[in-house]
Design a protein around this ligand. Structure first.
Ligand code: SAH
Ligand code: ZN
Ligand code: ZN
Ligand code: ZN
Ligand code: ZN
Length: 461
């Protein structure tokens, strides 16, 4: 069952043979001496059958789950000729951004000196333009009069990269972004390592530049290099969270290390909102490396704690996340997005989002807004959704999606209200599910009785 979610959205799609019930692809991870694509070291995969590894191992791009974005592929045992290696290196070089981060910082300095009437942003190239470049972009669409406010809010200026498989940029709704920031401040954190959370980063940086007594700082790590146009080298690192790769090399790594060092006890928290497509184990391994960096940066390095973390991810990945981070627990808070078509309205018309906060902080400290219907459960010692009833038998508030769940005596646990016990499958499922005996189980939730296309965890989205 390992690698299940990966096959659900990861390399399985890339190979075009996803969903084969008995087999999938498993991630073996970062291998020493792995070849590189433009996105850093490739990851090692192996085809699996009935849970057993078999067949040849191969390397593929860590970041792009769509072949159209990066088609890097190499058999592990493949002999690669010198000429091909040289060509690959050249290709990797040519596929780096046109301007370096440093150049972009220089350009920004010049840009802000321009009068409003000369501040243009090319929408096609997603680039701030300096007057002597207008000519080259003359037949592109552009925006004029770029204000300081717009420069402070790049996530609204840039278009979200929505291509489902690779970037999947889903931006926080203001309500959720403000909630996260307030929570972080109330918990006493002063530094936020924003891993794939450009909108959180930008409200922090923007407040820091406007309000004198605002003490929080953020460092954004993201693969979206467009952000380097708006942030200095100590505010943004071009980073790949699937292989823990800093595109800016040792200097960028050092920037991150410095940021994690807790000067005068200024506490650090990592907040991450990765693309949901899969590769949980790759993400977990990168987060562990960032946590290790934090630990090393700690004075004396003796701290036995884990770096405080918010990992924002859909609730149906709960068991996968807990597998890698047993210290984490899932909060009931529903994280909302501006541009996530699937997640906007539930059947009742009320916003329903499957996205939650996973954290290693003590659950009782995560105060959820009562005015949005959350309440404190004294038995569970955490805030829960109003619809989440405490089950006497489970002795826990068991709902994962905010609706009231019901206890199934046969399954010995609470299940979704729409589920019924199926004696055929020997578990609860949707009434119209197809009883299918597959040893491998569902790729999404790992349970037997259905394939991923009919996985009940995904049904309401
Ligand atoms: N809700 C967040 C955005 C999350 S969308 C906010 O509003 O701030 C996912 C983010 O992860 C995007 O910013 C995207 O650019 C980034 N991302 C996608 N793949 C990545 C990778 N391989 N490494 C680092 N960041 C990545
Ligand atoms: Zn690649
Ligand atoms: Zn409870
Ligand atoms: Zn129960
Ligand atoms: Zn069943």
């Amino acid at each position: 069952e390992g690698g299940g979610d990966m096959a659900a959205g990861g390399a399985g799609d890339r190979e075009g043979r996803c969903g084969a019930a008995a087999g999938g692809l498993a991630l073996l991870g970062l291998a020493p001496g792995a070849p590189s694509c433009p996105h850093g070291p490739a990851l090692l995969f192996v085809k699996t059958s009935q849970g057993k590894e078999e067949g040849r191992r191969f390397y593929a791009c860590s970041a792009c789950r769509d072949r159209k974005d990066c088609n890097f592929f190499q058999w592990e045992d493949e002999k690669v000729s010198e000429t091909r290696l040289a060509a690959r290196e050249e290709y990797n070089r040519n596929h780096q951004p046109f301007f370096t981060h440093r150049q972009n910082v220089e350009r920004y300095k010049n840009f802000v000196l321009l009068p409003l009437s000369k501040r243009r942003f090319c929408q096609e190239c997603q680039q701030l333009l300096l007057p002597d470049e207008w000519e080259k972009h003359s037949d592109h669409q552009f925006l004029c009069d770029i204000s300081t406010a717009q420069l402070k809010s790049p996530s609204r200026l840039l278009y979200p990269l929505e291509n489902k498989k690779t970037n999947a940029q889903y931006l926080f709704a203001d309500r959720s972004c403000q909630f996260l920031l307030d929570l972080i401040i109330d918990l006493g954190f002063r530094r936020v390592l924003s891993v794939g959370t450009p909108r959180l980063h930008e409200i922090i940086q923007s407040k820091a530049s406007q309000e004198e007594d605002f003490r929080v700082r953020s460092l954004l790590l993201d693969i979206d290099f467009r952000y380097s146009q708006f942030y200095a080298e100590d505010e943004f690192c071009h980073y790949n969270m699937f292989n823990h790769y800093f595109f800016g090399g040792e200097a960028a790594r050092e920037t991150c290390r410095k940021f994690l060092y807790q000067h005068n006890g200024e506490r650090v928290i990592m907040v991450t909102d990765p693309p949901f497509g899969g590769l949980v184990e790759a993400l977990a391994s990168s987060f562990k490396k960032l946590m290790a960096m934090w630990k090393e940066a700690e004075e004396g390095g003796h701290n036995s704690q884990e770096m405080p973390t918010f990992w924002i991810f859909p609730y149906f990945f709960e068991s996968r996340i807990l597998e890698f981070f047993p210290s984490f627990s899932m909060m009931d808070y529903q994280v909302d997005y501006d541009n996530h078509a699937l997640y906007k309205h539930g059947k009742t018309g009320r916003r329903q989002s499957p996205v939650r906060i996973f954290t290693n902080l003590t659950p009782s400290m995560i105060v959820l807004p009562v005015e949005e219907g959350y309440r404190f459960c004294t038995m569970c010692q955490r805030y829960v959704s109003s619809g989440n009833q405490h089950c006497e038998i489970c002795n826990s508030c068991t709902s994962k999606d905010g609706r009231q769940w019901k206890h199934c005596v046969l399954c010995k646990k609470c299940v979704k209200p729409s589920w019924f016990h199926c004696s055929n499958c020997n578990c609860c499922a949707l009434r119209n599910h197809t009883c299918e005996k597959t040893d491998a189980g569902c790729f999404v939730c790992g349970k037997a009785g259905h394939k991923r296309s009919t996985c009940p965890s995904l049904s309401h989205a």
